[in-house]
Write a protein that binds this ligand. Structure first.
Ligand SMILES: [Cu+2]
Length: 459
């Protein structure tokens, strides 16, 4: 609790800082702090000064512009409350940086000297830790241990030289439980000095994060330890997550950082990849190992690479099935195998609006127009060309297309499958009975016999 005196001090300093930072002429020593609120993936930011590199694409995010000052690259982060659309139909009141959660991606080059200003517009103190970076101890951003906390209204500066290329993160190290549960985090990419080293055509980056937001409310519960109800990539949940777009034959990289409190096995359909980097650096090329699922543990980063050589719309998702479900699913009861006929009428007499569901599985929930409280997301949702996708949370699509231009990241729409290459229905006889979800132990399965097999299968 702040005392009245402390509160007045805090609001005065906040007001002063706001005036100084927005009035550029009054505060020329500090670079401008650009801000963005658009939840869509922004085009990569190609460098206009300093060494060249192939910029990353931040999924549903953006890169922080910088300015050169002598031989220093100067950035300005503003820690502040933000409104983030998690997916269409739901907004969250979070804390982040420069208008968004996660904050903008910082990109620079191995050997660069970076000067990062951090202005605190939060109601409490903060500090920024540069996860994975080699730097002087006093620049490590642990409030109390390596520096005084940045009080509301204050601006601190961090200065260090980037000693190695790789994928890093930034996040608060002050009241971490609250500030990370509220969405404060960002990516920090350091490119190799030689742009030919480890070069790829498309380099996607995202953070795994999670929130616990009651349906109908806007602010995350910050004391939740494990039972989160929104599993997100860059603070977005499917169907709010943009696709990974690839030209056929492109060399792809995805860099995935985990700032949740559990591990996430990230799985890609249709392609195998190699794990080529961790927060500790690049995996030597002879030691990179093949996978189709990479487990990203808490506080870790994994960089994976593959050639996008299979055209199509390929699912990319966390393999924990509860992490591909949105908030409303977490309270739904299981009724599989229960005959609910007649029950609804009886219960509705005492509980108005009662709606039983799921006696034949939960798939109804992907299509039903069920009234939701304001500001939440259905359990499983999303539509594609063949029907409901029945997903939520940590799910997106890798869209591989022939003939995409190098810098084209637009959603190319649904994949046009070549004739005869889509799984199809076959005629059966007798028709499969309605089983109402119950398993008949005496069933021999003959009801599903295919009666008109292709002739060549009879030989
Ligand atoms: Cu997961």
């Amino acid at each position: 609790m702040l005392t009245r005196r402390q509160f007045l001090d805090a609001s005065l300093t906040t007001a002063t800082a706001v005036a100084l930072v927005s009035g550029r002429s009054a505060f020329a020593a500090i670079p401008e702090a650009p801000s963005a609120t658009d939840g869509r993936t922004q085009p990569p930011l190609a460098p206009t000064t300093g060494p060249n590199y192939n910029p990353v694409v931040t999924l549903n995010g953006w890169t922080l512009p910088w300015r050169m000052n002598g031989d220093w690259k100067e950035f300005h982060l503003v820690a502040e409350p933000v409104v983030r659309e998690i997916a269409p139909g739901m907004k969250a009141y979070l804390w982040g940086y420069n208008g968004q959660s996660p904050g903008p991606t910082i990109e620079a080059v191995e050997g660069d000297k970076v000067r990062i200003y951090v202005t605190n517009k939060l109601p409490e103190h903060t500090a920024v830790h540069w996860h994975g970076q080699r730097l002087p101890n006093g620049m490590d951003g642990v409030a109390g241990l390596t520096q005084p906390a940045i009080k509301p209204g204050q601006t601190f500066v961090y200065e260090f030289q980037l000693r190695r290329a790789g994928t890093f993160m930034y996040h608060p190290h002050a009241d971490e439980m609250t500030q990370m549960a509220m969405g404060m985090m960002g990516l920090f990419i350091v490119h190799p000095r030689d742009p030919a080293e480890r070069r790829v055509d498309r380099d996607y980056v995202f953070l795994l994060n999670a929130f616990d937001i009651e349906p109908g409310s806007y602010v995350p519960k910050v004391n939740t330890m494990l039972d989160f109800n929104l599993w997100t990539w860059n603070s977005r949940a499917f169907p709010g997550i943009d696709p990974f777009v690839a030209g056929k034959g492109d060399k792809m990289r995805m860099r995935i950082g985990n700032l949740t409190m559990t591990n996430h096995p990230i799985h890609i359909h249709g392609h195998e990849f190699t794990v080529t980097g961790t927060d500790g650096g690049w995996v030597p090329s002879g030691a990179a190992w093949p996978e189709v699922t990479v487990d990203v543990a808490v506080g870790q980063m994994r960089s994976i690479e593959f050639i996008a050589d299979e055209p199509g719309d390929w699912a990319v998702h966390c393999h924990k099935s509860h992490h591909t479900m949105n908030a409303m699913g977490h309270t739904v009861k299981t009724y599989i195998g229960v005959n609910l006929k007649g029950l609804q009428g009886k219960i509705s007499r005492t509980a108005a609006g009662y709606m039983p569901m799921g006696s034949q599985g939960m798939a109804d929930m992907g299509t039903m127009e069920m009234p939701l409280p304001d500001n939440t997301l259905p359990m499983m949702t999303g539509f594609a060309q063949f029907g409901p996708v029945e997903m939520g949370g940590m799910f997106s699509v890798l869209k591989v297309r022939e003939g995409l231009a190098h810098g084209d990241y637009k959603d190319p729409g649904p994949y046009k499958n070549p004739e005869g290459t889509v799984a199809r229905r076959v005629e059966t006889e007798p028709p499969a009975p309605q089983r109402n979800g119950a398993v008949d132990p005496g069933s021999t399965g003959t009801a599903y016999r295919v009666v008109k097999p292709h002739s060549h299968e009879n030989h």
